[in-house]
Design a protein around this ligand. Structure first.
Ligand SMILES: Nc1ncnc2c1ncn2[C@@H]1O[C@H](COP(=O)(O)OP(=O)(O)OP(=O)(O)O)[C@@H](O)[C@H]1O
Ligand SMILES: [Mg+2]
Length: 163
């Protein structure tokens, strides 16, 4: 005898807010990063999605700058260090900015060693490049920022925030 597979309950689709931007240069993407900060009320745990070299780290430069956390040239890719941490402020309140790149991590076990859960305090803005690779990150995320090429140096930036 076989038992029927459980049917997943069908709830209403998750409510999201979507914001879109287009940019035509790296400097332009830094500026969009600065503008985005007003949308990002901590705590946020966001996946930064986009092909290699599309501008994920470039966008974080603007976010860090607007938070008074770091100047754009101080923000570099956390490819090897995996996590970069900055202290900033937003609307007069302290913000912890965590910039991660999990491209090189393989499997949930390796990811666990990073201790991501501990980062997500009420004042945290956690941005994870390549976070979509991991189911545990997809489940925990409060949204994503997707960057895609729109030909040449043009990029489309889509911010999707869960309500
Ligand atoms: N419109 C644009 N927006 C962002 N970056 C751009 C744009 N046009 C050109 N660039 C250039 O593309 C490169 C983007 O590099 P960046 O390190 O930000 O990418 P990334 O998505 O973080 O890549 P990786 O997946 O390797 O970490 C930079 O050299 C930047 O100057
Ligand atoms: Mg990067």
């Amino acid at each position: 005898m076989t038992s029927a597979a459980p049917v997943a309950p069908k709830g209403p689709p998750e409510a999201v807010r979507i914001h879109q931007f287009t940019t035509t240069s790296g400097a332009d993407t830094v500026e969009v990063g600065r503008k985005l900060v007003r949308l990002l009320q901590p705590p946020q745990f966001l996946i930064l999605r986009g092909d290699l070299g599309t501008g994920k780290t470039t966008l974080v430069k603007g976010i860090a700058q607007a938070l008074d956390a770091a100047e754009p040239d101080e923000v570099t890719s956390p490819t090897f260090t995996l996590i970069h941490e900055y202290d900033g402020t937003r609307e007069g309140k302290p913000v912890k900015l965590f910039h991660l790149d999990v491209y090189r991590l393989e499997g949930e076990r390796q990811l666990e060693t990073l201790g991501i859960d501990e980062l997500l305090t009420p004042d945290a803005l956690v941005l994870v490049e390549w976070g979509e690779k991991f189911k545990s990150i997809r489940k925990k995320s409060t949204g994503e920022i997707a960057i895609s090429s729109a030909g040449g140096d043009a990029r489309k930036i889509t911010v999707t925030l869960k309500e």
